[in-house]
Write a protein that binds this ligand. Sequence first.
Ligand code: ZN
Length: 245
Amino acid sequence: MRPPGGFPIVCHCLLLETPRGLCLVDTGFGIGEAAFGALPGYYRPLIRPVLSDAEAAHAQVTALGYDPRDVRDIVVTHLDADHAGGLRDFPWARVHLHAREHAAATRPATSADKGRYRAKQWAHGVDWMTYDDRGGETLFGLSAIRPLCGLPDLALVPLAGHSRGHSGVAVDTGSGWLLHAGDAYWFHGEVASPPHCPRTLALTQRMIATDHRERLENLARLRELPAEVRVFSAHDPRELDLAVS
Ligand SMILES: [Zn+2]
């Protein structure tokens, strides 16, 4: 995607092997997205995605030598169009997410939420698995929701602000923790010390955030994570390069 300012961003999805089968964290845009119909208001003028079928999660799962039908579970950080586009490419998968995000997207109550989400992306009928904050559980100092149904090594980490029920997804790999932080930030410098971010990327994130202050508070918490937690965002190309190299 090409937001203003000359800093291209990516859709960073995670493919996990679990005892239940494959699990995707976020799905990016889907196959045939360009022909699927109009994207929500700000995407074309502001985010300017390059919609490539070869880069869709379904095509990349196949290219890795897996059968897309083995993707039994999907965990989404939130339901913006660049995270939920691939849901229809795996219609047999259960989809796990925070209950607040599910409510905001499927029963939008504000004009901002009505314009933000794209109901067509789940019109095929989704087996939703939703989770409320249960309280009490924490992971590396952040509140956490776990276990997820059938996915004992995964947790939702509520990081609201970008959207109402936006959550990170923590994964216990057996040799350390990964934290897919979704859109809690877009640029690796935002969790660096001292924090820094190209101004245009910071402004674009502020413009899109449901609650800018809450997003900044959660971003500050991410900066305090212990070094052994490998955190990455949904959109930083450098973090994606590091993950695949
Ligand atoms: Zn996003």
